[in-house]
Design a protein around this ligand. Sequence first.
Ligand code: HAM
Length: 434
Amino acid sequence: MAAKRRFQTVKGMHDLVGKAPAFAFVEEKVREVFSLYGYDEVRTPVVEETELFVRGVGEASEIVGKQMYTFADKRGRSLTLRPEGTAPVARAYLQNNWASGPQPVKVFYMGPYFRYERPQEGRYRQFHQIGAELIGDPGPYSDVELLVMLLRFLAELGFEDLEVGLNSVGDPDCRQRYSRRLREYLEPHGDDLGADSRRRLETNPLRILDTKAPRERELLEGAPRLRDELGGPARDHFQVVCDELGRFGVDFEIDDRLVRGLDYYTRTVFEITSTALGAQNAILGGGRYDGLIAELGGPSVPGIGFAIGQDRLVDLVLKIPGARQRLNVEDHRRRPVCVIPIGASYRRHGMELAQELRAAGIPAICEFDSLRPLKARLKQAARHDCQWVLLFGEDEEKNGEVVLRDFNDGSQETIPREGFAAAVAAKIRPDEQS
Ligand code: HAM
């Protein structure tokens, strides 16, 4: 008979093996820090109508053009696995009438996102984002506060050497004016442009600015600057953002070529990179989207937000020297006590003892496989990284006690069965006893 085929994760998707505690740690930090700034958590569905992203993120964007997981449901509706979180939050804002509540609306979210991209280190087809959106305030102080919160969050995770790139893509009229000028500048050099950039010259010339091709980069050195095309209000807004960020101690660089890949951006845009990440070096990106809610059929309500690539963030956090200890990643799954019932008829007792330990807040696992020799079972306990083993069999039942063994020094002692969990707690966590 032919062997049955085994399964692998779908290309570009991965199991979070061994990283779940670090993911959880980062998520706790998000809740702690973002809530200090008045943000509430929101969870939107993983699936949305395709049209939401076509209109929200923009037809000319790579995401919509090439990267969406789109499918028809049984009724033929076109649905898409969310490639990003801002359009869904804007939809939720309108659908749940958040405009009638306190303003501005501040929400954060975390979860899986999907893009059909070429997988490589740090780039996946299912990845995770941590995002925040502030909806309802057009002013520059919201931009500043959002960035200050973001940097505080990153500092609390232990990041020191981050590069903050900042730019303004202006209002739609500035962008139109600039696109025209950039097209005029680049058109005579069409032969020096790659196929992608030639296409973008027609659809979205701004995106050519973030090209990685050396020849195109050289060409762009002499190109007109977006900053010079900003109209008065956009220029003033950007000036306040830059001045105030400086005042609040944020180090940043103005990056004229930073335009971002989603079409909804207006005015302030930013990215934070880490050199430790190599080619896929953006940990996060964000910016203002003052036209998005109107584009989705709502009133003209401004917004600003960001999304962090959580997979990349966690990889970096784990690289910070001493991070594992400092972040208590190991401590997250505190080392359990291993209960070993000796003899098949003591398995139920073993289960009861483990339950009593858990009720006292002590993580416990039970080694039920009573047919194996004790030595093999102790070895399993060691592989589970247990320091303490609790043994219980016929003798212990008769004497009304349990045996507690410390793997560290091989010592063991007997403890009365009655109230043993409190005694174990006092023994293994002396500092937590009052
Ligand atoms: P984005 O720049 O497309 O922005 O994505 C934000 C971050 O998600 C990136 O900087 C990167 O760290 C991570 N990321 C994106 N694609 C992948 C991937 N295939 N694999 C791993 N990580 C990835 C947005 O999504 C906007 N919604 C951000 C935003 C919120 N703007 C305003 N509000």
